[in-house]
Design a protein around this ligand. Structure first.
Ligand code: AHG
Ligand code: MN
Ligand code: MN
Length: 355
């Protein structure tokens, strides 16, 4: 029991109710928490809930859906449809945005979400999450697709839920980033991590190195320098992690620092990145910046990108600010032709393994 500690509802009443549509925003985030609790309960049942395995359906991204992808999407859509606080929703799992239609009540916001992030991990019982981004809706009428295409800087709130050993919600309303832990028996989210600050420096990087041959030179340079450790130009050893759940990676970075990269690559030249701007990069960019970190494509601040479509993909480099700044600098040097790629002494002129 955590009597006397701050609940999510109390935090929201204190922090957002005085702003534009603040009371409605507080109520909407309580609705998000309700959907999150439903998904937490469902995912915790594992195979006993009948939600493991793979469906025959493919989403608009061309990715095979899992039962929990669809169930989580339904949990969010139903909550928002009944809640009367949004005018429309857009999701990774829906081709087009879904407007709230009369007689259902429309509210002043748009909700965009990734209902289940890291869903390839479900059957291995590894952490998964949900990511959400809240924007203002147009003042009147049914929202059109163009109304959702606002740069990340326009977000009024964003955050994620992490379904791990504990269920957490981490969010920002533009006044710092704050973490809440679900007290399962009582059903309340309790403020456990107020004002999270990402350490500016780190010795931990996260990237899927199986894509190395498709990376751009500035990313190869950065990662080679990290891997060279004490004997390389960074003069210290680095550690590496890859969970394949962006939510879990971002949460680790919020807790102890680090850099996460899903950079531009040439694996499929029709895709400028793996992750999606509107429901992965933007909300995580907002959360990370509000915790003192940085979020970039390598060439542009994520939150300043003017979106062209709902399911647009972008390169993502985020986390501890000094490391992200370094990777951005490597991109600038590469683009200017002034970069100095790192060459391991093992493979250089007088190296051990010269081919
Ligand atoms: P989703 O499950 O919502 O499609 O997102 C998965 C994303 C992200 O969470 C993770 O960082 C990345 O895809 C993992 O990609 P790899 O399979 O290339 O490791
Ligand atoms: Mn995702
Ligand atoms: Mn997803």
């Amino acid at each position: 029991m955590h009597l006397g500690r701050k609940t999510l509802s109390k935090f929201l009443i204190e922090n957002v109710s005085g702003t534009r549509d603040g009371a409605a925003l507080a109520a909407l985030l309580v609705d998000v928490a309700a959907a999150v609790k439903a998904i937490a309960a469902l995912s915790a049942k594992g195979a006993l809930g009948g939600a493991t395995g793979t469906l025959d359906t493919v989403n608009v991204q061309g990715e095979t859906q899992k039962p929990l992808d669809v169930l989580s999407n339904t949990a969010f859509v139903n909550t928002f449809e009944q809640g009367g606080l949004v005018a429309g929703v857009a999701s990774e799992e829906m081709d087009e945005p879904f407007p709230i239609k009369a007689p259902k009540k429309r509210g002043p916001f748009l909700a965009i979400f990734d209902p289940l992030d890291g869903s390839s991990n479900i059957d291995s019982n590894v952490s998964v999450g949900s990511i959400f981004s809240i924007l203002h809706a147009p003042e009147k009428g049914e929202p059109r697709t163009a109304d959702y295409l606002q740069p990340g800087l326009k977000q009024v709130a964003a955050g994620y839920a992490l379904y791990g050993p504990a269920t957490l919600m981490v969010l920002t309303v533009g006044k710092g980033t704050h973490g809440f832990t679900l007290d399962r028996e009582v059903g309340n989210f309790i403020l456990t991590n107020p004002n999270i600050e990402i350490p500016a420096d780190t010795s931990e990087f996260a990237i899927n190195t199986s894509n190395e041959r498709f990376w751009e030179p500035p990313v190869t340079r950065y990662v080679s320098e990290c891997k060279a450790g004490k004997t390389g130009p960074r003069e210290r050893d680095f550690n590496m992690r890859w969970i394949a759940s962006m939510v879990a990676e971002v949460h680790r970075i919020l807790m102890r620092g680090g850099i996460f990269m899903y950079p531009r690559d040439t694996k499929d030249i029709t895709k400028p990145g793996r992750l999606r701007l509107m429901y992965e990069a933007n909300p995580m960019g907002f959360v990370v910046e509000q915790a003192g970190g940085r979020a970039s494509t390598g060439r542009e601040r994520i939150l300043e990108i003017v979106p062209g479509e709902i399911h647009q993909r972008v390169p993502v480099i985020l986390g501890s600010r000094n490391e992200v700044d370094r990777v951005v600098q490597y991109h600038a040097e590469y683009d200017a032709g002034t970069d100095k790629p790192y060459e391991s002494p093992l493979f250089s002129e007088r190296g051990l393994f010269r081919s």
